[in-house]
Design a binder for this molecule. Structure first.
Ligand code: MN
Length: 398
């Protein structure tokens, strides 16, 4: 008890001590890090796979909306939003989960499948953090997402227009003829794609959407519903099409949801989509699926959006509306490689809800797919097949 009575006195004297200014000579002391015990003996304070602040793949991190000096060609951006879901909530933790799943990745990670790493391809990469979104007012949150996305799209790029594929493509497609950064957004429930399309159309006009998902997401928005209810993670594409942000050359891949009736297909076509089902990969083969997607979007500006529920729940259980019978992660990765060289102006990965995960499998798969996005949107053409050890036999070097 005696000690407790003395505690306020001790705390007060500690506070006083911490307010005492450093003496001038110490404040001006020049520090040579290289001669200090840590650096001289062990080198730099490097992040390990399981340590460091949580940025995507240990990229440089900045709160870009606040930081006018942040310069980048490709930005990772988190939209922690999940208040328009129809089944299990939790995707507001998606950006955290995907970053967490990326801890063993680095942006210079080189793979046999790509024969490249995202950093080798030249674009300047940054993680711009998460946007603080209203969890109570969906219309406000949609406006916040559009404002944030438009802010970053309007920022000057880091590289000269002709220096990288990503900046030269952006300059050639943009309505103002100037290169704009590419943003890879981590969702969030799928409604986040609506404010993104609203923003992109200001810079590029109408875009075609490549949409990987087990669900159509082209539900009728319905005039009979209220202003909040009409925009959900199952209807946002209808709203985006009606508002004029999309071409009629979009395509779904991996669809397998149960429909109310076949008329849903007609409405899907009316809002600009062609359907590739989950089973088409067996009936037509993976290469034909890739060719069909490429032919569909052609040379239009392309936005890629991937709902993690396109992947079979065996590989990615942590999502809001799981559907059995999906593609494997390896199949999805192969399709993404096949799409390299299209006119990508941005991409997102959505609907990761880490609370339903087991041993981080969904987060790790999602982070790996985002790593693939970073190569896919930069390279000129798909990497050659079998760019692996079998072809290297008998070769002195790559
Ligand atoms: Mn879905």
């Amino acid at each position: 008890m005696q000690v407790l009575r003395l505690l306020p006195l001790v705390l007060a004297s500690l506070a006083l001590a911490s307010q005492t200014p450093l003496t001038a000579p110490d404040a001006e002391r020049v520090v040579d890090v290289s001669k200090e015990p840590w650096t001289s003996k062990y080198g730099s304070q490097e992040d390990l796979g399981y340590s460091g602040p949580l940025s995507f793949s240990h990229m440089p991190y900045s709160r870009c909306l606040d930081d006018a000096n942040a310069r980048f060609d490709i930005a990772i951006l988190g939209f922690p939003f999940d208040t328009t879901v129809s089944y299990r909530p939790g995707a507001r933790f998606g950006p955290y989960g995907i970053r967490s799943g990326s801890r063993r990745q680095r942006p210079d990670g080189w793979t046999l499948a790509w024969g490249q790493s995202p950093t080798e391809l030249g674009a300047s990469l940054i993680d711009c953090g998460d946007v603080p979104l209203s969890a109570y007012d969906n219309l406000k949150a949609l406006d916040q997402m559009e404002a944030a996305y438009t802010t970053l799209l309007g920022r000057p790029v880091a590289s000269a227009a002709k220096a990288t594929r990503i900046t030269s493509r952006s300059a050639s497609l943009a309505l103002d003829g100037v290169p704009h950064p590419a943003i890879v957004t981590l969702g969030g429930d799928h409604t986040i794609t609506l404010p993104i399309l609203r923003s992109l159309s200001k810079f590029y006009g109408k875009v075609s959407v490549i949409h990987f998902d087990s669900h159509f997401d082209t539900g009728k928005s319905g005039n009979e519903t209220g202003k909040y209810e009409r925009i959900t993670h199952g209807s946002y594409f209808t709203v985006a099409y009606e508002e004029g942000h999309m071409t009629n050359r979009s395509v779904h891949g991996g669809i397998r949801q149960k429909m109310r009736d076949h008329l849903q297909l007609r409405h899907d076509e009316d809002v600009g989509f062609e359907v590739i089902s989950a089973e088409d990969i067996d009936d037509y083969g993976l290469d034909n699926v890739v060719s069909a997607i490429r032919a569909r979007v052609g040379d239009t500006p392309v936005y890629l959006t991937l709902d993690i529920d396109v992947i079979d729940p065996a590989f990615a259980p942590a999502t809001g509306t799981p559907e059995a019978g999906g593609w494997s992660v390896r199949e999805m990765k192969r399709i993404l490689r096949g799409l390299t060289g299209l006119n990508f102006v941005g991409a997102d990965l959505v609907e990761v809800a880490p609370a339903y995960d087991n041993a981080d499998v969904t987060s790790i798969a999602a982070a790996d797919l985002v790593h693939d996005f970073l190569a896919m949107i930069q390279m000129e053409a798909p990497p050659p097949k079998h760019n692996g050890p079998f072809l290297m036999k008998g070769k002195a070097e790559l």
